[in-house]
Design a protein around this ligand. Structure first.
Ligand code: ADP
Length: 462
């Protein structure tokens, strides 16, 4: 099969969160099964080009009509970790992709609508069997393929990685695209994500439980009715993680390696991590988390567990990329207050290398999200034998099971997470044999892309 993915992120060259990881992992798994796979990505100024091989220009000049003007673009091709990628370089005067970050600009709608139109021009010259689009940034492509470019016969699969981001826009924004449909409207506002749901041949989201939650609970928000109308073409496919990249036996970012057969070196990594973060070496549990620090990820609950961990005589570490201004200030104040503590370290940044030490060196890994479509970090932690403590929501509830591989809590309250944390720390201190058993259960489960890739292939073949 010829499958073209179109998305805003691709790990490791353009990653903000899980979307980038999913593109990378899923495409590699599909390639391994001998399918033809390509990704179309904006040529961001900030791409890590050291990780792109065989980069060359394919087309010097291909046009995109936008807002009544024809702009020229360049098309590049390259290979990222074995995956063929087409990069669209826009020559729009607003330098749409030459920004410091991938998202977060007033003209994000313009940027990604433009990208969709340019990608469609590429698709017209590159026929394929399946066009797989991701999140609101590329959702517009579904409607355009069905209503404006009927000559593109490929099946369109649309994956919702997070229903909270919908690409709301005004009629004028779509006038620039040159196509709008009343079917895109939700509560009087044009909604790009809704267009993806309505026009795609099949719609998926990233875990079976989140699929049910957005169909049947307030998490579906304003799109619950639309999802219900299209429920026959809607399903949840649990994400995987890249087992080659996240591998405690070979991870080049770790100072020592280990496997489920011998986890001794995990302790050595814990020591290294403590040294690196200026924590004292003591016989106590190390509780950690790696997260974007935004309201979705339960920052209040993270703080509540930090304090509780200290009460238990444990140590607490956080690696948080602070995209949300209020949360950032909150945590930097907390960091200042706790400065010099030999039991706490808060690192308020994005750091890929350090994240590997966290996953491997911690004992317990927190994911107290208020909602979580799938969540990758709990799966990565388990791969490294670090037990997850998560809120029972979305994909977290599809991957973590009490009394088997981790700890769960329900209500998003300090009280609930305390109860769960008490149980986890009690187990660490007083039931080491059970703890070791949980580590084995985690490390021996299969969260690789093999199974999800099969599921996507079934959908592509439907
Ligand atoms: P989301 O996409 O909502 O951020 P996921 O759990 O799906 O959450 O994916 C998060 C990914 O981003 C994981 O690969 C995780 O390791 C990485 N990540 C998140 N925050 C950081 C950080 N501060 N430093 C390094 N990696 C991070």
């Amino acid at each position: 099969m010829e499958i073209v993915h179109i998305a805003a992120e691709l790990a490791p060259i353009a990653k903000v969160g899980g979307l980038g990881d999913v593109l990378h992992g899923l495409c590699r798994a599909l390639l391994q099964q001998k399918h033809q796979v390509k990704i179309i990505l904006p040529k961001y100024d900030t791409l890590d080009l050291d990780q792109v091989e065989h980069l060359e220009i394919l087309t010097q000049d291909f046009p995109t009509r936008f807002d009544g003007v024809v702009y020229s673009n360049k098309l590049w091709k390259g290979v990222v970790d074995g995956i063929p990628v087409l990069f669209i370089e826009s020559r729009h005067p607003k330098r749409l992709f030459d920004r410091e970050n991938i998202y977060g600009y007033d003209d994000d709608l313009t940027r990604f609508c433009y990208f969709c139109l340019a990608a469609l021009a590429v698709l017209q010259k590159n026929p394929c069997d399946v066009i797989h689009i991701h999140d609101w940034h590329t959702a517009l492509i579904a409607g355009l393929v069905k209503e404006v470019y009927p000559q593109i016969e490929a099946k369109v699969v649309f994956t919702i990685h997070n229903l909270a981001y919908q690409g709301l826009c005004r009629g004028e924004d779509l006038d620039k695209v040159g196509w709008k449909s009343p079917q895109l409207k939700e509560s009087g506002v044009y909604n790009l994500l809704k267009g993806g749901i309505v026009f795609a041949d099949h719609v998926t989201t990233v875990s079976p439980n989140y699929a049910q939650e957005i169909l049947n609970s307030e998490l579906g928000g304003n799109l619950q009715t639309t999802l219900k109308q299209h429920s026959r073409k809607f399903s949840g496919v649990l994400n995987g993680i890249d087992y080659r990249y996240w591998d405690p036996e070979k991870d080049p970012l770790l100072p020592y390696h280990y496997s489920s057969a011998n986890v001794q070196n995990k302790k050595e990594i814990k020591k290294e991590l403590r040294k690196r973060l200026s924590l004292t070496e003591e016989d106590c549990p190390l509780v950690g988390t790696v997260t974007r620090l935004v309201p979705q990820k339960g920052p209040e609950l993270i703080k509540a567990s930090l304090l509780r961990t200290l009460e238990w005589g444990g140590q607490f570490i956080l690696l948080g990329s602070a995209l949300d201004e209020r949360t950032y200030h909150h945590f930097s104040n907390l960091k200042r207050k706790l400065a010099g503590s030999p039991h706490v370290h808060l690192e308020l940044t994005y750091n890929e290398e350090l994240s590997h030490l966290f996953y491997a060196g911690a004992d317990l890994f927190l994911v107290p999200s208020l909602f979580e479509p799938c969540g990758l970090t709990q799966m990565i932690a388990m791969r490294y034998g670090t037990l997850p403590l998560v809120r029972k929501t979305g994909g977290l509830a599809d991957t973590v099971f009490e009394e088997k591989n981790g700890f769960l809590f329900g209500p998003p309250t300090a009280e609930a997470i305390h109860t769960s944390l008490d149980k986890a720390l009690e187990t660490w201190y007083h039931k080491p044999k059970l703890w070791r058993q949980f580590i084995q259960n985690c490390m021996r489960s299969d969260f690789s892309w093999n199974h999800p890739a099969e599921e996507y292939l079934k959908i592509y073949h439907l």
